[in-house]
Design a protein around this ligand. Sequence first.
Ligand SMILES: C[S@@+](CC[C@H](N)C(=O)[O-])C[C@H]1O[C@@H](n2cnc3c(N)ncnc32)[C@H](O)[C@@H]1O
Length: 277
Amino acid sequence: MSATSPVPALPAQYAGTSAAQTVAGLPSGTVVCDMYEPRGAEIYHDFTLGDPSEVQDILREVRATGSGTILELAAGSGRLTLPLLALRREVLAVDLSAAMLDLLRTRLDRLPVPTAARCTAIQGDITDYVAPRPVAAAVLGTTSVSLLTRPQRQAMLRRTWENLAPGGILVLTNTQIGADAGDLAERTLEVRGASGAVYLVHDLVAPDRSGRYTVVVGPDSGPQWPRTVCHSYIRVLPLDELLADLTAAGLVVEHIATLPGERYAASLIRARKEGAR
Ligand SMILES: C[S@@+](CC[C@H](N)C(=O)[O-])C[C@H]1O[C@@H](n2cnc3c(N)ncnc32)[C@H](O)[C@@H]1O
């Protein structure tokens, strides 16, 4: 969903928030867009490039599968893809966003050729992507399962079961709004990206705790490159609902761990397709 307007405005659900006020005060010509559209993707990439969240936890799970192709779902610009490639296995990196995949390909181009050659970047929808061969491990990190509606999630899980080799695992993470989320008031913080640019990040929790909103205001970079604001909504899935969907898709949930976070913790789940590898 894109909104590029002469008078910047966030979607209606942000009405009354301090994020909406900030954006309303920006000059006309400011680009307001979804986080994974071209301009948003560059911002997302810059401010998450050095983020180590989940990386070691996911690598530990995948490494334990020993060998075989890794299917990375919603790979984005490669924050997890590059560490997965370091396991010296084939990686199929699937994402819907051409802009995010362009950033991934740029990163792959900077790697030694034999390493980059083990990764295939694929534009596709994780709800219906068919892998060219059965995979030993599928990864859906960064709590990206929360971006899918329930029917999309159920389709993604069924398809992932089909893509997995018998005995293969799915590792995914899911956002939790922890008790330490405090009064759920809107929070604003400054984050420095890998490029040195400073972003103003607004973080809001829906009043019923059903989801969270992130609005990132990019820096004023001069007339040639108008300021960009990007936004994303992340559903908070009840864990029991997600576990029920995993089971209904034929996967056996083996392990659930909590990954602590400052405001939002995450659950890391390992589920297996039955059978011997
Ligand atoms: C939070 S980002 C995570 C990217 C990457 N894993 C990381 O850690 O930076 C979520 C990604 O999910 C992708 N995405 C959302 N829905 C998708 C779908 N149905 N199929 C494929 N990718 C999807 C977006 O394009 C975006 O790149």
